[in-house]
Design a protein around this ligand. Structure first.
Ligand SMILES: *[C@@H]1O[C@H](CO)[C@@H](O)[C@H](O)[C@H]1NC(C)=O
Ligand SMILES: *[C@@H]1O[C@H](CO)[C@@H](O)[C@H](O)[C@H]1NC(C)=O
Length: 290
């Protein structure tokens, strides 16, 4: 056998054995919404942590997984955590209907929570190490999940989204686009935004996920105003001041600014960056404690 043939044969053997993105056909639960669940279990699982990576509009679990700008497969291989990749059945995630904006309302957020519960059981995940990330529509869903399922999520790192409830549809339509919110005209007080979060899971009084929020100053898809509104929302939920407790210029890189609002909320403002802010694996993993 010629050497190049042998090399090809050997590499295809290792490709068969290497970890792959795999669909879980029945993740259980009774949500009406039925997004798909995909899982990536690295060859060497080294931690009982889980990261849920939520795709943007006009994407899917497979496209997001294969996108070389989305670093969570590499993170998974390097640090040995399992990743779950939900895949929507609509163009964008449903962050507009009452079903998805309510704890156990049967919408997309409910279905993703069911995926997390399935993963905790099946992959022996520590329930105190459940992390959620996403970009654009996936960032909107990350905020909605933090509001609707605070009891099962430990921390969130989201890139270029809008406040939880900002994309609400007045007619109750699922996965609707909301121009008022995307254009940055949905402005409210921290108290009002906090009430939106509390209203999604009434009487919940437990701990809330630690939130890391990234946004670019020249975002022309989801107005940069949404950064300030999201910060107002979570500072109110955590009961802390809208004035940062610390502000670090040129962090984590030039023209970015990292603002802390106590230990549970961090905002990262990317000056001159559009939609959406590139994933910063190291900073997101650090926020998760990975
Ligand atoms: C868009 O969202 C805002 C809240 O951000 C809401 O007040 C408005 O009714 C929504 N628009 C439509 C058309 O549903
Ligand atoms: C939270 O709510 C539960 C159920 O209503 C109640 O039993 C518990 O005492 C509450 N905890 C706090 C800290 O208020």
């Amino acid at each position: 056998m010629k050497l190049n043939v042998l090399v090809t044969a050997l590499s295809s053997v290792s490709a068969v054995w290497a970890a792959q993105l795999t669909q879980v056909s029945n993740y259980g639960g009774s949500a009406k919404a039925k997004p798909q669940m995909w899982v990536y279990k690295p060859d060497s699982v080294k931690t009982d942590a889980l990261v849920v990576a939520i795709h943007s509009c006009q994407s899917s679990a497979q496209k997001y997984f294969q996108n070389n700008k989305i670093p969570w497969k590499q993170g998974s291989d390097r640090k040995g955590y399992v990743t779950v990749w939900p895949s929507s059945t609509t163009e964008c995630w449903d962050v507009s209907s009452k079903a998805s904006l309510t704890h156990d309302g049967g919408g997309d957020s409910n279905a993703i929570a069911n995926m997390i519960k399935y993963a905790i059981e099946t992959y022996k995940i520590d329930p105190a190490k459940v992390f959620v990330t996403g970009g654009s529509s996936g960032a909107m869903m990350s905020n909605v999940l933090a509001a609707t399922y605070p009891e099962i999520i430990t921390a969130v790192s989201l890139y270029s989204g809008v406040p939880a409830g900002c994309f609400v549809s007045s007619s109750g339509q699922a996965a609707a686009w909301n121009n008022t919110c995307s254009g940055g005209q949905s402005r409210a007080s921290g108290q009002q935004w906090g009430n939106v979060v509390r209203g999604m899971y009434p009487n919940y009084n437990g701990t809330r996920p630690r939130m890391q929020v990234w946004h670019g100053s020249t975002d022309s898809t989801l107005s940069p105003n949404n950064y300030q509104e999201t910060i107002k929302q979570w500072t109110n939920v955590f009961g802390v001041s809208e004035t940062p407790t610390s502000s670090k210029p040129d962090t984590p890189e030039k023209n970015y600014r990292t603002d802390d609002f106590g230990p549970n909320l961090q905002g990262i403002w990317a000056q001159g960056v559009g939609h959406s802010v590139p994933s910063h694996l190291d900073q997101s993993e650090a926020w998760f404690g990975l």
